[in-house]
Design a protein around this ligand. Structure first.
Ligand code: ZN
Length: 186
């Protein structure tokens, strides 16, 4: 995997145990923990792409209600995945981690300015923020890798449909956390 980064999407208190809780998110916590630990150990940058809403944001008012309001406990990364020194946190205000955020210049600055080439996406939700972030990554020419044991959604159907779409439309490589870690270590 050439010049890879790991992007962890919305593993925030409100999405795991709070306002927009998805019970299925519990099973991806340990795999994601393994993934970020292996990434750090192998010099692969770790980026947290986090909702940080203002109360008047369109998707808050018109779709989901209050969640991940900037500065509240609901907008914090869950304790099991706490960002560490050297990780990056990029706040977003709607589904895509690229939309009006600093993610794109960050990706270009990595690897001594050569830029990232491969984005490994984990987190929530397979069919919403992971999908929209993948769309923007695809538009910009990044290779997309998705560990299917590292993304989830509100329902099994939504998760599976999300994976299928990522693979068919963005040519995402659907794989597993352990296989990604093996490639880091090669
Ligand atoms: Zn949101």
């Amino acid at each position: 995997m050439e010049r890879a980064v790991v992007i962890i999407v919305d593993m925030l208190t409100d999405f795991v145990t709070g306002a927009l809780r998805a019970d299925r998110s519990n099973k991806i916590i340990q795999p994601l923990r393994k993934l970020v630990e292996a990434a750090r150990k192998n010099g692969v940058p770790v980026i947290f792409s986090n909702d940080a809403h203002y109360p008047g944001d369109f998707e808050v008012v018109h779709k989901w209600g209050e969640h991940a309001i900037k500065g509240t406990p609901g907008a914090e990364v869950i304790p099991e995945l706490q960002p560490q020194e050297g990780d990056f946190i990029v706040e977003k205000r709607t589904y895509s981690g690229f939309y009006e955020t600093g993610l794109e210049p960050l990706l270009r600055s990595l690897y001594d300015g050569e830029g990232a080439k491969t984005v490994i996406l984990g987190g929530l939700h397979t069919n919403i923020c992971v999908r929209h972030t993948s769309a923007d990554a695809f538009f910009r020419g990044y290779k997309i890798v998705i560990p299917e044991d590292g993304v989830e959604a509100f329902t099994k159907e939504a998760h599976e449909a999300g994976l299928k779409y990522l693979q068919e439309i963005y040519n995402a490589e659907i794989t597993h956390v352990d296989e990604i870690i093996e490639k880091f270590e090669k």
